[in-house]
Design a protein around this ligand. Structure first.
Ligand SMILES: Nc1ncnc2c1ncn2[C@@H]1O[C@H](COP(=O)(O)OP(=O)(O)OP(=O)(O)O)[C@@H](O)[C@H]1O
Length: 243
């Protein structure tokens, strides 16, 4: 089930203790023998619901692997992954496909909008593919919070990078996912557009009650988050609220 449909204030969100996602003993090993890589080792992680969590760490430390395991795109070698109270680590592929559709949203560095579709068509595409119709009130709220109401008929090449990323953000939010993953979402944006997109990510947490997990190398981007997870050599070096 999707989380509560009542938008939460930031204060309400931080009072809400349950985890949107958690891992216990999560281990992911790739390859065998000499080429064996321990991408994640015994990771215990909690992503509190209604928070904006930044995942940081050096290149190759396991950030993407962690995100893929949390999103049900990769299968742990051992340990468990629980999202919205459901253990997904033992699910079969077809169950995971349905689970992702209902619970997971993504925003990527490269926007990944379809060039022949308008902004609105891009936003609605995931729901259309799932044969679902949008919740009109939620869609209106997302469009309003993201400030893209006057761009809905435009195609991606008629929009700035920051506007395109806001459309991608609306697409990630339209199904009201339990978790929205943002993978280096400002990697292709200048500093002004980056600040804008990060501000909107934060608003989606504070004003829409979403839970966002953002992988980033950029400390300035991580500063927008209220939780920080540091990964080093496949292990959680630290996790918790940003002071
Ligand atoms: N499919 C795979 N097959 C083999 N090794 C892999 C695979 N995916 C990741 N790895 C290895 O696992 C380790 C963690 O990789 P991962 O991509 O999770 O790191 P990362 O922190 O996201 O890195 P970056 O910041 O450079 O994107 C690395 O040593 C990487 O080479």
């Amino acid at each position: 089930m999707a989380p509560t449909t009542t938008p939460l204030t930031f204060e309400a969100a931080i009072d809400r203790p349950q985890s949107a996602a958690s891992t216990r003993g999560l281990t992911r090993t790739y390859g065998t023998g000499e080429t064996r890589v321990h991408a994640l080792v015994d990771v215990d992680l909690d992503v509190p619901a209604g928070t904006f969590t930044a995942v940081m760490g050096p290149s190759g430390s396991g950030k993407s692997t962690l995100m893929h395991c949390l999103a049900g795109l990769d299968t742990p070698t051992s340990g468990t992954v629980t999202v919205a109270g459901v253990e997904i680590s033992g699910m079969k592929d077809n169950q995971l496909t349905v689970f992702r559709r209902d619970h997971i949203g993504f925003v990527f560095q490269a926007f990944n909008l379809l060039p022949m579709l308008t902004a609105k068509q891009n936003i609605l595409l995931p729901l259309e593919l799932a044969g679902r119709s949008p919740d009109a009130d939620w869609l209106a709220l997302v469009v309003d919070v993201l400030g893209i109401g006057d761009r809905l008929r435009h195609r991606p090449d008629e929009m700035s990078g920051g506007q395109q990323q806001r459309v991608a953000l609306a697409r990630g939010l339209v199904a009201r996912p339990t978790l929205l993953f943002a993978d280096e979402p400002t990697g292709n944006l200048d500093s002004h557009a980056s600040a804008e997109v990060l501000g909107f990510l934060r608003r989606s947490v504070r004003e829409l009650g979403q839970t966002v997990v953002m992988v980033t190398h950029d400390p300035d981007a991580a500063a927008y988050a209220d939780h920080l997870v540091r990964i080093e050599d496949g292990r959680v070096a630290s996790q918790g609220p940003v002071a």
